[in-house]
Write a protein of this length. Structure first.
Length: 450
């Protein structure tokens, strides 16, 4: 993800408030309300075990002493375990497991595969950096009274201000903000990604530092880090978070770092993060990552999250070919229905035409603009970012807006259905029927709840 940036200029009036530590510095940890997740052994397998509501964690550990627990949800009928690579399915039908009512048919084994932040290389653009202090309102926050995104006055250059307004218009954002003055207040969006710039002036005050966790570093400080070498995904999670907050400025971001600075991480980390997101009260989970391989464990976790009222949003992939990455591809295979609460999001330009890099397919839910989206970037910078990774969080933000209305009809299925029903029909006839129900229309969508 190559995106040109500039450091946010500082107004003299606000210099003290904007004195920031460098992004590489790590802030002091906050005592988490949840227990620290156990580090998992690498190179193993994941076992999905179907269990009854009376099974205890201690009993399961006793039956499988070589296993580490990723997630334990007996009320939802499952446990996810990290087990040695040498373990065979036959070895899981032990006497101890049978005593818990688990047989070989109740266990699924899979490799602890590697996932990655979606390859945005094909989406790279040569754009100028931004000489901006803020988006709107004359202060350095995304929202809050006069400092709302749509507050009017701006420190963006005329060109960048025009670009931002075009983006807002394309998704009908101004109308949405008028309809929902809560702007996402009280709604937590989990961003499971490369971490976040905890010190960014446009993100501070909107981050859940209590529930946050770094599964790469093994601590409560999910700070973005620069890669030593190789593929650079530095800033991916920060940019994703900025898009969420552009759409829902008062939402709270729960950063869960599962990907290293090169944008890679094990499935087991993603599963741990999703389990923590649900336990932390997230109402939306954004997954701007994916895999070419299906996962029974991930499908189990998504289904359980949806059952607990959580919307799961996944970017479709950036190969430019037909067929989305998993888990979104399961909207095509039928493992998840169109209105299940899992959403697969592709990218279009501001005219609604498919981005050259975006995947497509009959199971796609809808699209959102994902080309040169202005958003936050580490080291107190703003950036243009392109990729389906940055289309998905606009939908996550829209879901947060709707949830903040408190409407009685809200549920993951209802949100998924209304996002699709209110989408602006796609003008791209070349990919007719393969770009979902159209382009995100935030104003029309939240109008269903107001």
């Amino acid at each position: 993800m190559k995106i040109n940036t500039t450091v946010l200029s500082r107004l003299t009036l606000l210099a003290a408030a904007l004195s920031l530590a460098a992004c590489g510095q790590r802030t002091a940890p906050v005592q988490s309300a949840l227990p620290a997740p156990a580090p998992l052994a690498s190179g193993g397998q994941i076992a999905t075990v179907r269990i009854g509501p009376d099974v205890t964690e201690a009993a399961l550990r006793g039956a499988m002493p070589s296993a580490q627990i990723i997630a334990f949800q007996p009320d939802s009928g499952y446990a996810l375990l990290s087990v040695p690579a040498t373990l065979k399915a036959a070895g899981l039908s032990s006497q101890g497991l049978r005593a818990l009512g688990v047989n070989a048919q109740g266990v699924t084994l899979e490799i602890d595969q590697e996932l990655e932040a979606l390859n945005d290389t094909a989406a790279e653009g040569t754009t100028g950096g931004l000489g901006a202090t803020t988006w709107a309102g004359g202060a350095t926050t995304w929202a809050g009274g006069a400092t709302s995104w749509a507050g009017g006055s701006t420190f963006l250059t005329p060109r960048d201000w025009a670009s931002t307004q075009e983006y807002w218009t394309a998704i009908n954002l101004q109308a949405a903000h008028r309809l929902v003055p809560e702007l996402g207040r009280g709604v937590k969006v989990a961003v499971i990604d490369t971490g976040i710039d905890l010190n960014h002036p446009l993100l501070r005050g909107r981050i859940d530092t209590v529930g946050a966790w770094d599964y790469v570093g093994g601590d409560a400080i999910p700070q973005e880090e620069l890669p030593v070498s190789g593929v650079r995904k530095y800033g991916h999670g920060t940019a994703v978070s900025g898009v969420v907050l552009q759409v829902a400025p008062n939402a709270e971001i729960l950063p869960l770092r599962v990907l290293n600075p090169n944008g890679r991480g094990q499935m087991s980390r993603v599963l741990q993060a999703m389990d923590r997101a649900v336990a932390s009260g997230a109402r939306v989970i954004n997954l701007s990552l994916g895999s070419d391989t299906d996962s029974a464990a991930l499908n189990t976790m998504i289904g359980a999250a949806i059952a607990r009222g959580v919307v799961v949003v996944n970017s479709s992939g950036n190969s430019g070919t037909e067929g989305m990455v998993f888990p979104a591809q399961n909207l095509t295979t039928g493992k998840f229905t169109a209105d299940s609460g899992l959403l697969g999001i592709g990218s279009v330009n501001l005219k609604g035409l498919k981005s050259s890099f975006s995947t497509y397919g009959v199971g796609m839910s809808l699209t959102a603009p994902g080309e040169k989206v202005i958003t936050s970037y580490p080291d107190s910078r703003l950036a243009y970012a392109s990729g389906t990774s940055f289309a998905a969080p606009a939908v996550s933000g829209a879901a947060a807006l709707a949830l903040s209305t408190g409407a009685a009809s809200l549920s993951p299925a209802n949100i998924a259905a209304n996002l699709r029903l209110t989408a602006t029909p796609s003008p791209d006839l070349l990919f007719k029927g393969k770009l979902g129900q159209g382009v995100l229309n935030v104003g029309a969508f939240v109008g269903r709840y107001r």
